[in-house]
Design a protein around this ligand. Structure first.
Ligand code: B12
Length: 235
């Protein structure tokens, strides 16, 4: 007999039923058509079905934000639609973030996180912050448009274990490079990780950052790994 919904085991990340795929497409469309109430309702439904918040964001809502960005590039939509899509995303994140940020583990370490200087995009960074908090990390969220100096001063003051810098524009990628360079010049041993849509592993390697992940779903294992390495090296 088919198990009742309440007893159904939680969907593993990456598991993909036809019903889930339809739900993800509906979530995407709710962003593209800027329907905040529908986005929040669908996010709740996806959680009830046992979908992981990271999947709901990456495969559903995030895909919608990417579509809006591509439409903006193609001149099919304008800035007001992007703003409306962001507000729609915020409405869905209000449902998801409390679930992600509901810490289950013991304290694992401190992360200083922000969007780099010149960059006001915050949605992806906020998702990462929630994932880390949910995993037991203390996160000092510096917000957006954060200078390398502020990242570094906060890291020292808060005895942070990792710095995480988000950049959403090709133009602000260079602020990640500045941050990594400043840290090296300071002799800091605190690893800096980078992310955001235009980043890549190649960019991470080029600037000598300590790590990169393409989505918030992978940020927790990335930070875990860096702390593990630091412990092995007796830091
Ligand atoms: C929403 C949005 C906005 C909103 C931002 C609202 C907010 N509060 O954040 C508003 C309307 C304010 C905005 C403004 C602008 N925007 Co805009 N925006 C977007 C859009 C459509 C979606 C971004 C988003 O939220 N994605 C959803 C989140 C969940 O995904 P994400 O950010 O990639 O994050 C995920 C991962 O990357 C990862 N991640 C993120 N950060 C980090 C950090 C670490 C350490 C790690 C490990 C992982 C990680 O985890 C997240 C979750 O999985 C993008 C299009 C796109 N394709 O990205 C354009 C886009 C980024 N914007 C763009 C532009 C040009 C602008 C403006 C300059 C427009 C203007 N003419 O004024 C201004 C920027 C001003 C400034 N100085 O920053 C361009 C950038 C082009 C470029 N040069 O690269 C894009 C790509 C649109 C386009 N196709 O042209 N924007």
């Amino acid at each position: 007999m088919r198990p009742a919904a309440a007893q159904r085991p939680r969907t593993r990340r990456g598991e993909n039923t036809a019903a889930d795929s339809k739900l993800m497409e509906d979530l995407k469309q709710s962003i593209v058509h800027t329907q905040p109430d529908r986005a929040a309702q669908l996010a709740r439904r996806a959680l009830d079905r046992g979908c992981a918040p990271a999947d709901i964001i990456d495969r559903g809502l995030g895909a919608g934000m990417k579509q809006i960005g591509d439409d903006f590039n193609a001149g099919k939509v304008y800035l007001p639609q992007i703003l409306a899509a962001s507000k729609t995303m915020d409405a869905a994140l209000e449902v998801l973030i409390p679930v992600m940020a509901h810490g289950r583990g013991a304290y694992r370490g401190t992360v200083v996180m922000g969007s780099v200087q010149g960059d006001i995009h915050e949605i992806g960074k906020n998702v990462c912050v929630a994932m880390l908090r949910g995993a037991g990390y203390r996160v000092v969220d510096l917000g957006a448009d954060v200078s390398p100096q502020t990242f570094i001063e906060t890291t020292v003051r808060e005895h942070a274990d990792v710095i995480a810098a988000s950049a959403l524009m090709t133009t602000t990628l260079f602020a990640q490079q500045d941050l990594v360079r400043w840290l090296a010049e300071d002799g800091s041993k605190v690893p800096a990780i980078i992310g955001g849509a235009p980043c890549s592993q190649a960019w991470c390697d080029e600037i000598g950052a300590a790590g990169y992940s393409a989505s918030a779903g992978e940020i927790v294992p990335l930070v875990d790994r860096l702390l593990e390495q630091a412990r092995e090296h007796g830091a």
